[in-house]
Write a protein that binds this ligand. Structure first.
Ligand code: S3P
Length: 431
């Protein structure tokens, strides 16, 4: 049953929040800890539903994972130590769990079956099943391995040189994780634009030699992972909602603490700067090979811009909230080269354009993005929906901070996927 939440305009937003752990990094810490030798500890782990799906899948493969107050420990079993699951591996709503785990399952000599929710069932999986089959894994699934449910029998992999047609860290990571399980062979993945490199960085933290340059990443199979301690930085994709909120709500100043600023993820900061926002980034020292900063954002006068090309993979998850930002900028904002939005948790071109239109935005869909004209005064008195997509839900909740009448948000629970304390943070900043 879908739930409704009534959201009210706020006067201003001020204060400081600690952004919850990065979703991409939390998934990887569980997975790499599970296939490492020894005990890995993870601090600031994201307790969102997606990352808990990863925990549950690896527990089903015999890994002991203890969770206590944001502190997680994983008793690694080594790459050869995972056990054949007696139950299906349910990934819930999580594309990262599905695709990265497939890379691990491709190399292990047992059978497994992967299934998820109705959003996962619509998302393309042949982008990983195809290269993994080329490496020697036996994979089947609905429509020839294009969609879940998927069934995998792994083992006996050979190295691969792969030119990925999409810039996708999930695809790159799945191939590298399979490549680790070859017998000393090299695996290289090249992409049209560089995608997030958390896998490469974290594998190094686990003692694996990984090479990366402008557009490719490679490693040699047969290397083992040694357990380590991982600190998960705050998720810049979660911080993005409050960066936009701070910029568009009058009289605001928000301090976001401990945000990961890996350069493959900071497109939102570039866009805020391009649009003229008042933003300050105060770097700290790195943790687990990932750079971290505090970020201060203040209410700003914004101007429209054009976003495309290499910038897209650096902000792909932030586009829904960037579209909202653009409604408050003078002039036109064009988002292009972003057709990947169509295969996210929802078709985010359709859901962003549809929902923002309901509250009066001047926005239209294009084949590979959207065009927004501003500045528009957003109206309330509308029922909007997350469509079960966490980032659409949070974008709409931030939009409601500046609508002149209340907004009803349908399916607000979806937000738990990546930011379980989102509404607490929003109300702690609301004045
Ligand atoms: C992710 C990669 C991105 C991103 C997703 C998380 C990851 O997906 O949209 O939220 O953790 O590797 P793609 O690799 O499909 O672009």
């Amino acid at each position: 049953m879908s739930d409704f939440k009534k959201l009210l305009k706020v006067e201003r937003l001020t204060g400081e929040i600690d952004i919850p752990g990065d979703k991409s990094i939390s998934h990887r810490a569980i997975m790499f800890g599970s296939i490492a030798n020894g005990k890995t500890t993870i601090s600031n782990f994201l307790m969102g539903a997606d990352c808990l799906s990863t925990v549950s899948c690896f527990r089903k493969m015999g890994v002991t994972i203890n969770i206590q107050e944001g502190q997680v420990s994983v008793e690694g079993k080594g790459l050869q130590g995972l056990e054949e699951p007696t139950d299906i591996l349910d990934v819930g709503n999580s594309g990262t769990t599905t695709r990265l785990m497939m890379g691990i399952l491709a190399g292990v000599p047992f059978h497994s079956c992967v299934i998820g929710d109705e959003s996962i069932a619509r998302r393309p999986m042949s982008r990983v099943t195809k290269p993994l089959k080329m490496m020697g894994a036996s994979i089947d699934g609905r429509e020839n391995g294009q969609y879940t449910p998927l069934s995998i029998r792994g083992g006996n992999l050979k190295g691969l040189r792969y030119e990925s047609p999409v810039a996708s860290a999930q695809v790159k990571s799945a191939i590298l994780l399979a490549g680790l399980q070859t017998n000393g062979e090299e695996t290289i993945v090249t992409e049209p634009h560089k995608s997030r490199d958390h896998t490469e960085r974290m594998l190094r933290a686990f003692g694996v030699e990984v090479y990366e340059d402008e557009k490719s990443a490679s490693l040699v199979g047969g290397q083992s992972l040694q357990a380590t301690n991982i600190f998960v930085p705050g998720d810049i994709s979660s911080a993005a909602f409050f960066l936009v909120a701070g910029a568009i709500v009058p009289d605001s100043e928000i301090v976001l603490k401990n945000v990961g600023i890996n350069p493959t993820r900071t497109g939102i900061l570039d866009v805020l700067e391009m649009m003229g926002a008042s933003i300050e980034v105060i770097p700290h020292k790195e943790h687990s090979f990932e750079p971290i900063a505090d970020i201060i954002i203040r209410t700003s006068t914004l101007k429209g811009t054009t976003i495309g090309g290499d910038l897209i993979p650096k902000l792909i998850d932030e586009i829904p909230v960037i579209a909202l930002l653009a409604t408050q900028a003078e002039g036109e904002t064009i988002i292009k080269d972003a057709s990947e939005l169509k295969v996210k948790e929802t078709n985010r071109i359709d859901t962003v354009v549809g929902e923002l239109s309901k509250i009066g935005a001047n926005i239209s869909a294009t084949d590979d993005g959207m065009v927004i004209s501003g500045k528009t005064s957003l109206k309330g008195n509308a029922t909007v929906s997350s469509h079960g997509d966490h980032r659409i839900g949070m974008m709409l909740a931030i939009a409601s901070c500046i609508t002149n009448e209340p907004v009803q948000l349908e399916d607000a629970d979806a937000i738990d996927v990546s930011y379980p304390n989102f509404f607490e943070h929003l109300s702690s900043l609301s004045k």
